[in-house]
Design a protein around this ligand. Structure first.
Ligand SMILES: Cc1ncc(COP(=O)(O)O)c(C=O)c1O
Length: 407
């Protein structure tokens, strides 16, 4: 029962009516892109229409964009902790990670510690930075993330470590990294923590102020159900001096007299964003806050994922790769005798959208993103469909690299 007296069943039914994709398929793929809310779509269509008919730049439009961005920063601070001026509006997680990693002044023989389960969205910019600056990347083997991640990371720390870079939620196991403990440990070595939050924003709770991390790079299109080409970057104010803006744009600088970075994390924004998308991002955050409720959605994702994990554990021939009790909604598994790519394809034919992930050295797995919009019946139905898959043995060739790593 929700605080308004509406039952969860009624609430989910009401919200699903605003998520048309949930009627088309069992939607278990927010780890790639979440289902788009109709009210958000309406805001974007109206904005595109306005641009077409009233003109894109008429008096007041630029001021409107600036006010809109300020409102978004305030919303981000309200929802994720931190202060409004610690947020930059970006186009993706990867953009945010690039901004932060390239903004650090690296010295030869500096070291970065990361983990074996990172997405290329982090590993690729990390590698470019390390290569260009003669920095060493040390990779902690954290298994599926269910063990003592802090100890595994600490094992590789030294007086040379400048940075710990890792995901809050690991994309190929679903495990949640203990950020506060990692940040506290890193601080003892004088290192900062940069977090890939692609899978965590909108899936698991976070208070950025309390987390101790320096940087948290989020995606708009995944668990936040917003438009593609949107994201947000949190940079702790005390780290502004350590992370310089590397790409600068006139609107993000103070050009009155001296040329200075804009105050606050706005200095990291490159713009020029597509106005309807950014309005869509604002509409998404408002919709999640006012219609859905973040506490409610975090709790519901965790409860449904537990239900799904339990169902899988009772299904013969299924191996679960997500540690029970340590995950949000990302559940990774394999079906004996079937390649993950074939599991995803066969389930799609049965009306269930999941995906598979593979990026060495992580495992190749099928992955269901259990969202708050899923019903209990859908979760049980997915378990039943997985149990009913015909085990014909791996059949497909590996797909192209780009397909392997997306999402
Ligand atoms: C853990 C992780 N990091 C980064 C990314 C890339 O995110 P974005 O497309 O927002 O850059 C993804 C997903 O695609 C991901 O799962």
């Amino acid at each position: 029962m929700t605080t308004s007296g509406e039952s969860d069943v009624d609430k989910v039914r009401r919200l699903r009516a605003q998520l048309p994709a949930t009627a088309a398929t069992g939607y278990f793929n927010a780890g790639t892109n979440g289902p788009l809310p109709k009210p958000v779509y309406d805001v974007m269509v109206a904005a595109a229409e306005r641009e077409l008919t009233a003109g894109r730049i008429v008096p007041g439009v630029y001021e409107g964009h600036a006010q809109r961005n300020d409102r978004i920063r305030e919303l981000l601070a309200e929802l994720f902790g931190g202060k409004p001026h610690e947020f930059a509006i970006t186009r993706s997680t990867t953009e945010g990670l690039n901004i932060a990693l390239n903004g650090i002044t690296w010295h030869p023989r500096d070291e970065i510690v990361t983990t074996t389960l990172e997405h290329p969205g982090l590993m690729v910019p990390l590698s470019v930075v390390a290569h260009g600056a003669d920095v060493t990347i040390r990779v902690a083997d954290i298994g599926d993330g269910s063990g003592d991640v802090v100890a595994e990371v600490e094992r590789l720390m030294s007086s040379r470590t400048r940075l710990v870079a890792l995901s809050h939620v690991l994309w190929s196991s679903g495990a949640i990294a203990p950020l506060r403990e990692i940040a506290a440990m890193a601080e003892r070595y004088g290192a900062m923590v940069i977090v890939d939050a692609a899978q965590s924003a909108g899936q698991v709770p976070i208070n950025l102020e309390e987390s101790g991390v320096a940087v948290y790079a989020m995606a708009g299109q995944k668990w936040l159900c917003g438009p593609e080409g949107t994201g947000a970057l949190y940079v702790r104010e005390s780290r502004f001096a350590d992370i310089g803006p590397t790409h600068v744009r006139y609107a993000q600088s103070d050009v009155s007299g001296y040329i200075l970075p804009a105050p606050g994390a706005r200095r990291y924004e490159m713009g020029e964003a597509y106005a309807p998308s950014i309005l869509g991002m604002e509409a998404t955050l408002l919709w999640l806050r006012d219609e859905v409720g973040f506490d409610w959605l975090y709790r519901r994702i965790a409860a449904l994922a537990d239900r799904f994990l339990y169902g899988l554990s009772q299904t013969p021939g299924v191996t679960v790769h997500s540690p029970k009790g340590k995950i949000g909604g990302l559940v990774c598994f394999n079906v004996e005798g079937l390649a993950p790519i074939d599991v995803a394809a066969a389930l799609y034919e049965r009306g269930q959208t999941i995906r598979y992930v593979a990026y060495p050295p992580g495992p190749e797995v099928a992955r269901a993103s259990v969202g708050w919009w899923n019903t209990e019946e859908e979760v049980d139905g997915l378990v039943a469909d997985i149990g009913a898959l015909e085990r014909s043995g791996p059949t497909r060739a590996q797909p192209a690299d780009a397909e392997l790593v997306a999402g």
